[in-house]
Design a protein around this ligand. Structure first.
Ligand SMILES: [Zn+2]
Length: 570
């Protein structure tokens, strides 16, 4: 009997156990598990782990191999990470999404070493383009041309040779900063530019000593050329235009996935572009998650902005709840609005490109209608004016609004601590620091550069939050290159730009993940590998937190996973 009893009790235990196992609800089984990884979660509750379980588009559990293997069922896909690094998907906090796609279609001038190479690229394009069609490119920078252009005006090349190789095609080449264009004679003729054309407010037509336009149109003056280009584009049919944009979006998505980016903050989209994103999200075709800042002007925002508010649309692929404005231009084109004149252009302190009145009106509109405001500010004057507006409009509770300053590049010492005091987010770009470094001291002088240029450490130590990005297509959207710039501030020639201001590896990782999520009110669903959050990760070939500095650039993106789906494999 005793044996029988024991037998019965063992049998009973087995029955209960198997009942328990089979009763474990079906949702406890994962769709995907990743095991044998070196997982950096960016979550203080469990900073490191070996394995992750994913159910549908969310993270089910994080832990060691044994804990996670329990979630494997008959239909679970398993990925063996073989010791590779897994981090949360990169959040690109400032890029121009459709612009990135277009840059992959148009002439990419970033790789041209000098003006002759640019002329050769345009010449080739002109031979392959029908007369009248525009040739468009982006990415030249006079300071990076080697040898420097000769003849030149203020370092800029002149249009003559470029115009000779493209007599029948208007040419518009955007500056790397996006804050100036270079036009050939054909484009200037279309725009009716001559010695008597006046500089528009907030812009400048660069001229030689005889008052002839040399081809460069800075800041608002860009519009003189751009409007002609737009007239040409406007002749295209709706369907042609839509197809152009869809093609650009497709390329932008692919470029992001190849770089381990799972969310992009689009720094300025028009209503019709949001419509397109929405259409794609409806069909599960967006491909990468977007957090959109509306780039419309004040009056269109007032009449239509609220209709475009979207939160977590299409399975958390599309959120629209921010507005993008510009207070000034860029440093390279001397458009950044400075408190004191430029060192290399005495008497000139940069440009205010949107009136402070319009900015303040927009701020009030944003506050009343549930929009976050993101103001582009590069110069110390631009930053101060933006902070002043935020402080005036938001008052005591400013931190709740999480408003942002895009770039926050050059700061007066007294303004550095205002970011944390007011709870204003500094949306900065690591790679801007290293790629602008060659002309920062020239423009600002040693003292101003040392004190206030890209002062990441000062901002972090004062308690401010920095989110990171590349401003693509101004820079390449390359995450590894940007991470490297952020943690080394090292230039191509091996020197470092005020390295005392660099971020630690972990600070840089946070700036590129959880801080980006916070800067979009999305820290509850993104930015760390935490149960319940969206299953967005990236698998890297090596540990970017521990490899020597010079090894970082050799890191490869192995896999990008969005919502539990592997969307890119090397
Ligand atoms: Zn930008």
């Amino acid at each position: 009997m005793q044996i029988g009893n024991r037998f019965t009790s063992i049998l009973l235990s087995i029955v209960i156990l198997s009942l328990l196992l089979s009763c474990s609800p079906e949702e406890e089984k994962a769709d995907l598990i990743l095991v044998n990884g070196n997982i950096i979660t960016v979550d203080d509750q469990l900073p490191e782990a070996q394995a992750i379980a994913v159910k549908e588009d969310k993270i089910l559990a994080v832990g060691n191999n044994e804990e996670i293997k329990k979630f494997a069922g008959d239909n679970t896909q398993t990925i063996n990470l073989a010791g590779k690094l897994v981090i949360p998907g990169f959040i690109e906090s400032h890029a121009h999404f459709i612009g990135l796609g277009k840059s992959l279609i148009n002439l990419d001038l970033k790789s041209a070493n000098n003006w002759d190479e640019i002329i050769a690229m345009v010449s080739l394009a002109a031979q392959n383009t029908s007369p009248g069609e525009w040739i468009v490119g982006r990415g030249w920078h006079q300071e990076k041309l080697d040898p420097p252009p000769f003849p030149n005006v203020e370092g800029y090349p002149l249009h003559n040779v470029l115009s000779q190789v493209s007599p029948f095609n208007p040419v518009m080449l955007s500056h790397a900063s996006g804050h100036a264009v270079f036009a050939n004679k054909r484009a200037m003729n279309l725009a009716g530019i001559d010695t008597s054309t006046k500089d528009p407010a907030g812009g400048r037509i660069v001229r030689d000593s005889l008052k002839n336009a040399i081809g460069v149109f800075e800041e608002e003056a860009e519009m003189l050329i751009y409007n002609e280009y737009k007239k040409h584009i406007d002749k295209k049919s709706e369907a042609e235009l839509k197809n152009d944009k869809l093609a650009a979006i497709k390329l932008a998505v692919q470029e992001c996935l190849e770089n381990g980016i799972t969310t992009v903050h689009d720094a300025g989209a028009y209503f019709n572009e949001v419509n397109l994103f929405k259409e794609l999200a409806d069909n599960n075709e967006l491909g990468v998650r977007l957090y959109v800042m509306l780039g419309e002007n004040y009056s269109s925002l007032v009449s239509n902005g609220k209709n475009y508010l979207l939160n977590g649309y299409g399975g958390n692929f599309l959120t629209v709840r921010a507005i993008k404005k510009y207070v000034d231009g860029a440093l390279g084109s001397r458009g950044a609005w400075m408190l004191q004149p430029y060192n290399d252009l005495p008497g000139h302190s940069g440009l205010n490109v949107t009136t402070l009145e319009e900015l303040e009106n927009t701020a009030n509109y944003a506050k009343e209608n549930g929009f976050q405001l993101c103001i582009h500010a590069i110069g110390d004057r631009g930053n101060r004016e933006a902070l002043n507006i935020y402080e005036r409009v938001l008052g005591e509770s400013s931190a709740e609004y999480r408003w942002r300053i895009e770039h926050a590049q050059h700061l007066a010492s007294v303004d550095v601590t205002r970011f944390s005091k007011l709870g204003i987010i500094a949306a900065m770009q690591g790679v801007h620091c290293t790629s602008d470094a060659v002309f920062v001291v020239k423009r600002l002088g040693e003292e101003r550069a040392k004190r206030g240029a890209y002062v990441w450490r000062k901002l972090i130590e004062s308690g401010a939050l920095i989110c990171n990005g590349t401003d693509a297509p101004v820079e390449s959207v390359n995450t590894i290159k940007n991470y490297y710039s952020t943690v080394t501030r090292e230039l191509n020639d091996g020197t470092a730009f005020y390295p005392e201001q660099k971020m630690t590896r972990m600070e840089a990782l946070k700036s590129y993940t959880i801080n980006g999520a916070y800067a979009a009110f999305e820290e509850n669903i993104k930015g760390s590998i935490t149960p319940g959050k969206l299953a967005d990760f990236v698998v890297l070939s090596q540990n970017i937190l521990t490899v020597p500095d010079e090894e970082i650039l050799n890191t490869k993106i192995e896999k990008t996973i969005i919502g539990g789906k592997v969307v890119y494999t090397k």
